[in-house]
Write a protein that binds this ligand. Structure first.
Ligand code: PAF
Length: 300
């Protein structure tokens, strides 16, 4: 596996392969790789000839009060995982190379980006949209994979790629969960052992919402109440939002008549947890999944 740190070397590598007709897959990450990333890398491996994983803790998507300084950076372990999974290039740019003196462009996706996470973390999505655009411009992949765990991020990236004709196919893969349902995240290491026990409650709340839809509830306020009931029971969790939304625009829905996404964000100690579930009104498949009650991936 090659480790590339320079932007020009990264682009030169990709351009050479593109000229030879090689399909380039890309998994952008901030490192601290876990089994969710591993699943994305494996899914990418099946779809491309050459695979690039970027490891870059992007400073512009953190607000000054957030965890940029303490964000985990186990670089050697990350590289080992990439090697194990047959990654061809680990792209590890520095912040100075990504944002050199004089850098001033900011990419925003105002509608999708202002809601939910955008309201609580106004810095976040302009930072994500800008770095993803820059990474795509540097790596020049044919396809890029994102996890459903960050649902709003994936919706925003899809919009961005379409609006700016970036020519990258975006593939969103199901959330990978721990056995108790907690969505895998690099930030799960922040939990104390007590908090870790409580953390899956967000997923249980979302499941309660999905169950309400499967049982025929169509009023979004009923579905929202079903989610809140489960989460409110757990002391120590504070709800930021629990919402029933349109799966593309993320606008709040008043009723669930077809496909919807249940979005949730809670605070637990110093950690914010986000998660989501896709639901379809009247879906037999969803009813079956709920009856199985397996905390596996949920399809988009
Ligand atoms: O999801 C992430 O890890 C980051 O937001 C991303 C897409 C790598 C951009 O920094």
């Amino acid at each position: 596996m090659k480790i590339i740190r320079s932007l020009t070397a990264m682009t030169a590598w990709s351009e050479r392969l593109r000229r030879e007709g090689v399909t380039i897959g890309f998994v952008p990450t901030m490192g601290a790789l876990h089994d969710g990333h591993r699943a994305l890398i494996r899914a990418a491996r099946l779809r491309c000839d050459a695979l690039v994983v970027s490891i870059f803790v992007n400073p512009t998507q953190f607000s000054p009060t957030e965890d940029l300084a303490r964000y985990p950076r186990p670089l050697e372990r990350d590289r080992a995982l990439c090697r194990e999974e047959g990654v061809d290039v680990c792209f590890e740019p520095t912040a100075a190379a990504m944002y050199p003196e004089g850098f001033e462009t900011v990419v925003t996706v105002p509608e999708i980006g202002r809601r939910w996470e955008g309201e609580v973390r106004p810095h976040h999505f302009p930072g994500v949209a800008t770095v993803v655009t820059k990474l795509f411009g540097t790596v020049r992949p044919h396809l890029a994979l994102f996890g459903q765990k960050d649902y709003q991020q994936s919706a925003l990236v899809r919009r961005l790629v379409e609006d700016l004709s970036l020519g990258v196919e975006i593939i969103v893969r199901p959330t990978v969960r721990e056995r108790d349902g907690l969505a895998m995240s690099s930030r799960n290491v922040y939990f104390s052992s007590g908090e870790r026990i409580v953390a899956p409650t967000l997923y249980k709340g979302l499941q309660a919402g999905a169950e309400a839809v499967a049982k025929g509830k169509t009023k979004a306020s009923d579905v929202q109440a079903a989610m809140a009931k489960v989460i409110d029971r757990e002391r120590g969790l504070t709800i930021d939002y629990l919402a029933v939304c349109d799966p593309l625009t993320l606008e709040l829905l008043s009723s669930v008549t077809s496909k919807a996404v249940l979005l949730g964000a809670v605070r637990l100690g110093s950690v914010r947890l986000i998660d989501n579930l896709i639901v379809t009104a009247g879906s037999k498949r969803m009813q079956r999944k709920l009856s199985e009650r397996l905390p596996r991936g949920e399809g988009v």
